[in-house]
Design a protein around this ligand. Structure first.
Ligand SMILES: [Zn+2]
Length: 107
């Protein structure tokens, strides 16, 4: 059984025109055994690609808090802890971390 895509009426599999609304019914795509393996493989690779891209977003979970806390401390004129600077150097941005370590907190 298949259903009309326009009105949802139940149709026989051979139907070309919907008996409910009169619109032409799309023929179901023929299953191609040769392409199925490729389809499954491409789906798997696409999903893997999504997961790989997702991992790239993970550093944001610690990059953003480190950056925000350093920015807040600098705005308030509070000293930025050495640990925080090293974290910034290692996890956020090497040049930014080195500059922070070079910067004197005493003004
Ligand atoms: Zn219909």
């Amino acid at each position: 059984m298949k259903y009309c895509q326009k009105c949802g009426k139940e149709l026989v599999d051979e139907a070309v025109v919907c008996t409910g609304c009169g619109c032409t019914v799309e023929q179901p795509k023929k299953e191609n055994g040769g392409n199925d393996g490729l389809a499954v493989a491409s789906k798997i690779f696409l999903i893997l690609g999504c997961i790989a891209q997702g991992w790239l977003l993970l550093p944001l979970a610690w990059c953003l808090p480190i950056t925000i806390s350093i920015c807040k401390k600098m705005k308030k004129g509070e000293p930025v802890g050495a640990g925080l600077k090293v974290c910034a150097l290692l996890f956020v941005n090497m040049i930014g971390g080195i500059l922070l370590l070079c910067r004197s907190d005493e003004q």
